[in-house]
Write a protein that binds this ligand. Structure first.
Ligand SMILES: CCCCCCCCCCCCCCCC(=O)SCCNC(=O)CCNC(=O)[C@H](O)C(C)(C)COP(=O)(O)OP(=O)(O)OC[C@H]1O[C@@H](n2cnc3c(N)ncnc32)[C@H](O)[C@@H]1OP(=O)(O)O
Length: 233
């Protein structure tokens, strides 16, 4: 059943393209897209992930926390707005291909890739991402690939930076792998915004085990706020 990402889709940057440049909405416009929301329990979720999810959904009841929906595709409209706002040159991918393109972390079959749900605390200004790494994310036998962990860190820190600063792109990630994370285990990512300097947003996080006894990975990221009219390519 298609669930709409719309109702709770986080504010998305929508650049209202106009000839000769694009006016960037100063904040955000909500865009109604009807897509499957992947950040909801599925049969492939483990008991641990489901329990954590339920705990955070309870925290959302008083409005202090909010679950961030997560869809797998960009709409053609969003593709047009984004490329018009920030890319002057022609880019290889064509509009008609966008409907087949998928958000990388959401491009695996259920349970085999990244199963995750993010929650945003408005008061504490931080994201908690609950995730389970599936069988197709293997690195060394029986453990998650480091690149898979970087992908999740990039996405989680990027989402935090986006919530804090609008349209951003990753300029730098620094990752320390402290302990190998077993395949199919559940991890919890906690983010924090360390500082903002002009267009630079510095965010950091760690990935812990559910019992908080093991820190698997630590990461920092520098995200740059995109400037309207300043095309990237
Ligand atoms: C799908 C369904 C719906 C989804 C709904 C959305 C929800 C889901 C959210 C997902 C969240 C995204 C998660 C993926 C995010 C990526 O993975 S983005 C892809 C990877 N990143 C890239 O491709 C970026 C490539 N780099 C660039 O385009 C450009 O270098 C940048 C980053 C835009 C910056 O270029 P620029 O705008 O020209 O800015 P520039 O003047 O070079 O630098 C600005 C400042 O940053 C500094 N700086 C720049 N780079 C660096 C660096 N590497 N180190 C240190 N300082 C730096 C500069 O020194 C300068 O500092 P100041 O002089 O101001 O002090």
């Amino acid at each position: 059943m298609l669930r709409s990402c719309a109702a709770r889709l986080r504010p998305l940057l929508v650049a209202h393209g106009r000839p000769g440049g694009a006016r960037l909405t100063s904040t955000f416009s909500f865009e109604e897209v009807t897509q499957k929301d992947h950040a909801l329990p599925k049969p492939s979720w483990s008991k641990d992930l489901r329990l954590l999810f339920d705990q955070f959904m309870k925290k959302c009841e008083d409005g202090s926390w909010e679950r961030l929906p997560s869809c797998s595709r960009h709409s053609v409209q969003r593709f047009q707005n984004f490329t018009k706002a920030f890319f002057s040159g022609s880019i290889p991918v064509k509009e008609e291909q966008i409907s087949q393109a998928k958000f990388f972390p959401r491009s695996f079959e259920d349970g085999l890739g990244f199963e995750y749900a993010m929650f945003w605390s408005k008061d504490e200004k931080r994201i908690v991402c609950l995730f389970q790494g599936g069988l197709y994310l293997q690195g060394i036998p029986g453990f998650l690939h480091g690149g898979a962990l970087v992908t999740l860190i990039d996405t989680t820190l990027g989402t935090h930076a986006m919530l804090a600063g609008g349209a951003v792109m990753t300029a730098n990630l620094s990752i320390n792998f402290k302990r190998p994370m077993p395949l199919c285990s559940v991890g919890v990512i906690n983010t924090q915004l360390d500082k903002i300097e002009g267009r630079k947003l510095f965010v950091s996080c760690n990935i812990q085990s559910v019992d908080e006894k093991t820190v698997y990975t630590e990461g920092t990221g520098l995200f740059i706020k995109l400037e309207p009219g300043k095309t990237l390519v």
